[in-house]
Write a protein of this length. Structure first.
Length: 608
């Protein structure tokens, strides 16, 4: 899509929490993200090894089940020599199964690790596409707390997907391995009633299927609310996490204002919301436990009860009875995988819903652009910036006549290279929207803006962003730390009045906490000396700075006489230094809504 459309914020679904997507479509979205991930090869290699290990484990389990017959028969015969011989056989089989279990556990962990790597990197890459993160934050509830979806939800989804997929494959292979064994054993079940004898083909198999199916159906009926409840829980947990983080980040301001008690009440409200939804989840899990635990205890005696008629009629030995019971339990375990994992599946579906909704919002954002009035953008030749009757709307998706806004009073304006311009105006005008409009992040309004080449421009926001890491990295942001020569970096710091930080250039710290607001802004000015852009647009960066710092910043700007500077705001220091051309912003008020009242037929005319 054209560049002038990429930055437009979405106005649809402002109160949307997610999308109404089918489970199949959500799985398709996540499979597509995985298939195009660089970890695909590693995951497929590990998955192949896992299937081989699971097949070997299933084979060893079948052998172990067959071992039951001679072992229990030796006990029934009181054959001590045969008893010890079967113990040696058991040690070999158990040792092999132990080794296979350890290898499978390692492969399980590696699969979860690579799945999380692929999923998290994909989400972060989608989120930090040009202008997407900013637009998402204006897209309604779907853009709230993206850190929760990028971190906790991605981790939960990767780990639960790995666990459930491996469990499903293992249960399927176990079912295929034992259903044939159980069918063959059922052929020897002879039921005798007096002189009449008969057999039921696959008798134990049908009993196991009926038992597992009844448990699955009942679990679905009892636990179907868990998916939505878990989604609500993850959402409330994210809100609590954000509240705690927000309070911690702003603790100095809270303490100075003596607002601890007020903030405590806010956080306690979020805690109460989390606890309320957890209680509902707990009750749903308790109801589900009645089913899962009840069927779990019944399975202790059910296979014996099912096989009892054949055993007591003399159709089975004790060893054959135990083999049948073992095979029944294996088949039942495989068939009851859904019952045993209904809770984890509900959590997995809830996490899948949150992650796919987040990714869907990011990848379809360009399709959601639907603004009523927009500013037209064009690229000018190097050396000029034009404002042609620009009007800025104060709200997304509404025309100025309905929501109000402002305009550039001078109408058609041309700013040439090397000029110094200040743009201010009415006090009730949100000048920040003009800054966003010039950076193509707020196209709501009308008129036309002609910009010089993108690489020639640098926008300096009022609040400086200081990334985590070393001070050298903060100065070079968004370029890499080694982009600029050390001598240039040192000179820029000293020119910006930050000579006391030269010795700490490579110290890694939370500089946004260690530096005060004036020092953080000075970092941005020092960066100007490194980048040397041809055009700079400022957003009220000098307002509120101490006079000494303003004087230092003016020295920085004065050292770039050929640079075009557009200062949005009011700064006496900027006026005294550059004697700039001044443009004015004029507020536009929303027109009152005119209601047309239809006159009833034959109604008398109003009195004059």
């Amino acid at each position: 899509m054209a560049d002038d459309l990429e930055g437009r914020p979405s106005i649809q679904g402002q109160d949307r929490v997610g999308y109404d997507l089918s489970l199949g479509y959500r799985l398709k979205v996540m499979f597509s993200a995985f298939w195009h991930s660089p970890v695909r090869g590693r995951v497929l290699l590990i998955a192949t090894a896992l299937i081989a290990i699971i097949l070997a484990t299933a084979y060893a389990t079948v052998i172990l089940n067959q071992w039951n017959a001679p072992f229990y028969d030796s006990i029934a015969r009181r054959d001590l020599h045969g008893f010890f011989h079967q113990l040696k056989v058991f040690a070999l089989i158990a040792g092999m199964l132990l080794l296979l279990n350890v290898v499978q556990a390692w492969l399980n962990q590696m699969t979860a690790l690579y799945m999380r790597e692929g999923l998290t990197r994909d989400l972060v890459n989608q989120w930090l596409q040009r202008k997407r993160a900013l637009r998402l934050s204006a897209s309604g509830l779907i853009g709230v707390n993206p850190d929760q979806r990028l971190h906790e939800d991605a981790r939960n989804l990767a780990e639960s997907t790995t666990t459930l997929m491996i469990g499903l494959v293992q249960a399927t292979i176990l079912l295929i391995s034992f259903i044939g064994v159980l069918w063959e054993l059922s052929s020897g079940f002879i039921f005798r009633f007096g002189t009449y004898a008969f057999s039921i083909p696959g008798y134990m198999v049908w009993a196991a299927i009926f038992y597992a199916a009844s448990a699955s159906i009942l679990s679905q009926l009892v636990g179907r609310k868990l998916v939505k409840l878990n989604a609500d829980r993850f959402s409330k947990e994210a809100e609590l996490r954000f509240a705690l983080m927000h309070a911690n980040e702003n603790m100095p301001a809270i303490t100075v204002a003596r607002g601890e008690e007020n903030e405590q009440q806010r956080i306690n409200t979020d805690i109460s919301a989390v606890l309320a939804v957890i209680k509902r989840v707990a009750m749903a899990n308790v109801n589900l436990t009645w089913v899962s635990a009840g069927y779990g205890w019944l399975v202790v005696v059910i296979p014996i009860i099912v096989a009892a008629p054949a055993y007591f009629s003399g159709g089975l030995t004790f060893g054959e009875l135990m083999v049948s019971v073992g095979a029944f339990n294996q088949v039942n375990t495989a068939l009851r995988w859904y019952v045993a994992n209904f809770g984890p599946i509900a959590e997995w579906r809830a996490t899948l819903m949150r992650v796919t909704d987040f990714r869907q919002a990011l990848t379809t954002m360009s399709d959601e652009i639907n603004l009523r009035g927009t500013i037209s953008y064009e690229r000018n030749p190097p050396g000029t910036l034009t404002l042609d009757h620009v009007r800025i709307a104060s709200k997304i998706g509404e025309e100025i006549d309905q929501c109000g806004g402002f305009r550039v009073h001078e109408g058609a304006v041309t700013i040439k290279a090397g000029e110094k311009v200040m743009i201010n105006g009415d006090h009730n005008v949100n000048r920040k929207l003009l800054f966003l409009a010039l950076s193509e992040l707020w196209p709501c309004g009308g008129g036309k803006i002609g910009l010089p080449p993108t690489d020639d421009m640098l926008f300096v926001a009022q609040s400086a962003y200081i990334p985590g890491g070393s001070l050298r990295e903060a100065l070079a942001f968004p370029e890499s730390a080694d982009t600029y020569q050390n001598a240039d970096v040192v000179a820029a710091l000293e020119k910006a009045g930050l000579h006391h930080l030269v010795s700490r250039l490579d110290t890694r710290a939370r500089w946004d906490k260690l530096l005060d607001s004036d020092e953080q802004r000075a970092i941005g000015f020092a960066r100007l000396l490194l980048v040397r852009p041809k055009w700079i647009v400022f957003d009220e960066v000098l307002e509120g700075m101490e006079p000494e710092w303003q004087s230092s910043m003016m020295d920085v700007l004065a050292s770039m006489p050929d640079t075009t500077m557009i200062y949005i705001g009011r700064s006496d220091a900027f006026v005294d230094t550059f004697k700039p051309r001044v443009l004015h912003l004029e507020a536009l008020h929303a027109k009152p809504e005119v209601k047309v009242v239809a006159k009833a037929p034959n109604a008398p005319a109003p009195a004059l």
